[in-house]
Design a protein around this ligand. Structure first.
Ligand code: HEM
Length: 448
């Protein structure tokens, strides 16, 4: 007979937990950890019983050891109408590994260096469009910018008119996500009326454009020289020598767009909620950029993602009973490798709520105590791209403007979908900085 299963103690009931997590995730998570320790159970509405694990060693075991009884794709299943059923986010087991192995190489070091060029161009255009004295919602501007970067670097589309067409069609699909709360039985097209019908109609338009881009790229004379992700995927072969099908390519392109643009935009919005409030950090950043050294810039990115990790926890469904962090847990529950709680442990990061990039200058980040991109066999495929993007955008913005934040204190953090975001999107007034020789542009090209 197998050993009896047990749940660690934790907060109840599900309704209060869910409200706490959605409206005040930083306070709720910290309160639960203070009260119950690094491993606790917390039932949630819709998702049922879950166990948060804020122990780096146990998280490492979950991310790198045997995962046959830890399903990640299942937790993402609600996104399948948008992503398609061949998406790396939805698949588990060998099918997941096949897609993942195809997707990883285009995001390697040499390519990310080429993406920096694309990012800088897009960032400079975006920041140049801000007028002196204009009020902007930083997260919205960053969303437009990160979208542009994905369409250029991942889809490889560079013609203005095509970018705009794709953007309009894809944003329309993303904005009808509300359709996902329509229960399965009511998912009828109704001639394009109702939320489900509208979603399907918009998706067809976007898919047509994506398939058109795939076909054009297949035929492109310069396909072999191109380094955008779609072109690399078209040239990729799996272990059996098979190429990706158009349907697989479509699903992975939409997945990368969805997984990669709002997350990065939110990370940037948090960076700009933190930086201007800390003149010493901002001053040092500008000094070091002026002298052509990027280490402090990288530390600013690392510390932003530690303090404001965007994704509070990874999510796995247990298909069999399994012992995690000393608890023999029952099948059917969710386990949350608690990214944010590890980042906020005072024994790992003294004064955890302080924004202090210096903490990463000497030691760098240890892999299972710094987890904004998860880890192991489901680690974020776009991690290097996202970090390069955050660094280049921060470089461009702090080199050209001062952002006068509207709110007197750090933005409250709320949960929207599966991400933690600044509640008000970081409203700020733009103050252009006088152009000085040796600032952003020159420093940027010196380090390219
Ligand atoms: C700051 C920005 C980003 C954050 C915080 C972030 C975070 C994450 C996290 C935590 C995971 C792991 C989830 C898990 O273990 O279940 C993940 C997976 C993933 N991310 Fe990101 N991500 C970011 C940007 C991007 C970008 C730019 C792309 C692509 C262009 C991307 C594509 C993906 C994909 C495809 C996966 C699934 C990997 C798999 O299941 O094997 N992400 N991301």
């Amino acid at each position: 007979m197998s050993a009896p299963t047990r749940l660690p103690p934790g907060p109840r009931p599900a309704l209060l937990n869910t409200l706490g997590l959605v409206e005040r995730p930083v306070q709720a998570l910290n309160k639960w950890r203070r009260r119950y320790g690094n491993v606790f159970s917390a039932p949630m509405l819709v998702f049922g019983m879950g166990v948060y694990v804020a122990e780096p060693e146990s998280i490492r075991e979950m991310f790198t050891g045997d995962q046959s009884d830890l399903r990640a794709g299942e937790a993402n299943e609600p996104l399948s109408p948008m992503l398609g059923d061949r998406s790396v986010l939805i698949l588990d087991g060998p099918e997941h590994m096949r897609q993942r192995k195809l997707l990883l190489p285009p995001f390697g070091g040499a390519n990310v260096a080429a993406f920096r060029e694309v990012i800088r161009e897009a960032a400079e255009l975006e920041v140049a469009s801000w007028r002196n004295g204009e009020r902007i919602i930083v997260r919205e501007r960053m969303r437009a910018l990160t979208f542009e970067v994905i369409v250029r670097a991942v889809f490889g589309v560079t013609e203005r008119e095509r970018i705009d067409r794709l953007r309009d069609a894809l944003v329309a699909v993303i904005d009808t996500q509300i359709a996902f709360i329509v229960p399965q039985a009511l998912r009828r097209e109704l001639g394009g009326r109702g939320p489900w019908g509208a979603f399907q109609a918009r998706k067809r338009i976007a898919d047509e454009l994506i398939y058109e881009e795939i076909a054009r790229r297949r035929d492109a004379a310069d396909l072999d020289e191109r380094d955008d992700v779609l072109s690399l995927l078209l040239r990729a072969r799996d272990e059996d020598g098979r190429a990706m099908t158009d349907a697989e390519l479509r699903d992975e392109l939409v997945t990368m767009l969805l997984a990669g643009h709002e997350t990065t935009a939110t990370g940037l919005a948090f960076a700009f909620d933190l930086l201007p409030r800390d003149p010493a950090v901002l001053g040092r950043l500008r000094d070091e950029l002026g002298s052509g050294d990027d280490s402090y810039l990288d530390a600013v990115v690392t510390e932003t993602l530690r303090l404001r990790p965007v994704i509070d926890a990874a999510e796995r469904t247990l298909t069999e009973p399994r012992t995690i962090a000393g608890w023999h847990l029952p099948a059917g529950i969710r386990v949350y490798p608690a990214i944010a709680l590890v980042h906020w442990r005072e024994d790992l990061y003294p004064e955890p709520q302080r924004f202090r990039p210096e903490r990463f200058l000497d030691d760098g980040a240890e892999s299972y105590t710094w987890l904004p991109f998860g880890g192991g066999i489901r680690r974020c495929i776009g991690a290097a791209l996202a970090q390069a993007e955050m660094a280049e955008v921060i470089r461009t913005v702090v080199g050209s403007v001062d952002l006068e934040l509207e709110r007197p204190a750090r933005e409250p953090v709320v949960m929207r979908g599966i991400t933690m975001v600044p509640r008000y999107g970081t409203p700020a007034v733009v103050r252009r900085r006088p152009v000085r020789a040796g600032t952003a542009g020159e420093a940027a090209s010196a380090t390219a």
